[in-house]
Ligand binder design. Structure first.
Ligand code: GLU
Ligand code: MG
Length: 467
């Protein structure tokens, strides 16, 4: 379980002693440096690194980094809000020692996610990991709920580095094929070895639909740990691929046309160790609370896309009939519904049942995405929101009258439309807090301006290697 307490100057109780011991162990294992990792509002992983001997000091006093990165764009230009974006000020990055991991794909390095506090010791209101810790704590206090989550990771493997930023698939076998598995056999075997060494329980690894595309699914954890893990998984995939002379893209759309890279989120709510999505009297075994939780997610989805699909390139992926889930509807194991109700196999349901949210990609900051998804679900649960009728098949094939009668809406088709929905959603904005909510709006507007006048191919190219 992730520690939900804020860092404090001088270190959380016990952390300095622990970091001192850990530093010694890491050095003995040949680890020279620790990567301190977070994700900015645009969805880009940003880091500082310290030598292993500096870990105890980092646990006590944090490591400095400007707050300006909260309003960086994917192309490294800077926008601003009333509070963020100026060159002034400094923050302290505090590693979460519970999630410190020796990187098997980067010999000599370890990695840890960070929380960010001010120099005065206050939580930084732009810290997404802190926002997620808050929503998780408050769900436990107010509703007695805990959550389990996992982020599926899809990525495209290219020969590289290719000239002019082009993407040349590193394999040519068909989707889901044995041929493709054989073509990248050495690299994917090293990847599985790295995950095993890092304590990441991999459920599946397979060749996906698009050119050079693969997917990995990993075990569920508490939401903060799941967000951390999705960052670690990508760090590992990229590093192992490089050791094989390959490059990877997690961009929502490597090309303007065709299937993109998703980052589907699996989420379940639990009370006293019991999964609310299983064994209930509602549809497909859902309890009344789980149905209302799903209804809350569905109701907020149009606004959520500004957080879960945050890049102009996200809207090249979010197209009907590509398994990305672009209609506000749910279905049992339906891959075209934005919310897929997963019941799992008979015998495993009490553990496995969950909601899979599809209109999420890997440009999304996973901390912000999970904060907003949980807040949306809780909104439904708190108001006992009724879950609409389920759909089967592809909702793109419903006629307009039928879709309207069932409440099936197309999700925003552009980032600008998503931002309009997000602006109007008080519940999601409150979950992030005003500083982060304003940063989301400013950064999205910055991204929209950055691609002004570009055709779809150029939009895809602009973000191909950013995530
Ligand atoms: N690649 C699809 C997406 O963009 C998902 C395919 C799948 O269901 O795994 O979401
Ligand atoms: Mg997939």
């Amino acid at each position: 379980m992730t520690t939900l307490a804020d860092p404090v100057p001088g270190g959380r109780p016990g952390d300095v002693e622990r970091a001192t011991a850990l530093g010694g162990e890491l050095s003995a294992r040949g680890v020279h440096g620790v990567v301190l990792s977070y994700v900015d509002t645009a969805g880009v992983g940003r880091i500082k690194a310290v030598p292993t001997a500096g870990l105890a000091s980092a646990a006590a006093w944090g490591v400095g980094m400007s707050p300006v990165f909260d309003t960086f764009l994917a192309n490294d230009s800077i926008v601003s809000t009333d509070v963020l974006g100026s060159p002034d000020g400094d923050l302290r990055l505090y590693p979460d020692l519970d999630h410190l991991t020796v990187l098997a794909g980067q010999p000599g390095w370890a990695w840890a996610p960070v929380d960010r506090i001010t120099q005065e010791g206050e939580p930084h209101p732009g810290c997404g990991r802190t926002a997620l810790r808050r929503v998780v704590s408050s769900a436990a206090e107010r509703y007695g709920l805990t959550f389990r989550a996992a982020v599926e990771v899809e990525w495209s493997v290219g020969c590289g580095p290719a000239e002019g930023g082009e993407f040349l698939p590193a394999c040519s076998g068909p989707a889901y094929s044995a041929a493709r598995q054989i073509e990248l056999s050495d690299c994917t075997a090293d990847l599985l070895a790295a995950f095993a060494a890092q304590g990441v329980d991999v459920e599946q690894l397979h060749p996906e639909y698009a050119a050079g595309q693969f997917e990995i699914s990993v075990g569920a954890l508490d939401p903060v740990a799941a967000a951390d893990r999705s960052v670690l998984v990508r760090q590992t995939i990229r590093a192992v691929a490089r050791r094989h002379g390959l490059v990877v893209s997690f961009a929502p759309a490597v090309f303007a046309q065709g299937v993109g890279n998703g980052g589907h989120v699996h989420l379940s709510a639990w009370r006293d160790g019991v999964n609310l999505h299983s064994g209930g009297g509602g549809r497909h075994g859902m309890t009344a609370e789980a149905e209302s939780f799903a209804a809350g997610v569905l109701a907020h989805l149009p606004a959520l896309t500004a957080v879960t699909a945050p890049s102009p390139a996200s809207y090249l992926r979010l197209r009907p009939s590509q398994w990305a889930g672009v209609f506000t509807c749910w279905g049992h194991e339906t891959r075209e519904a934005a919310v897929r109700v997963v019941t799992g196999t008979a015998g495993l349901r009490d553990r496995a049942a969950n909601l899979e949210v599809k209109p999420v990609d890997l440009a999304a900051n996973p901390y912000l995405a999970l904060t907003c998804l949980i807040a949306a679900g809780l909104d439904g649960l708190a108001s006992s929101a009724p879950l609409p009728e389920e759909i089967t098949g592809d909702p793109a094939l419903l006629g307009p009258d039928d879709a309207a009668a069932r409440g099936v809406r197309r999700l925003p088709a552009s980032l600008a439309d998503a931002v309009t929905e997000f602006r109007a959603d008080q519940r999601l904005r409150a979950a992030l807090g005003p500083v982060l909510a304003d940063a989301v709006i400013a950064v999205r507007q910055g991204e929209i301006a950055a691609v002004d006048g570009l055709d779809d191919e150029r939009v895809a190219a602009a973000y191909r290697w950013k995530y």
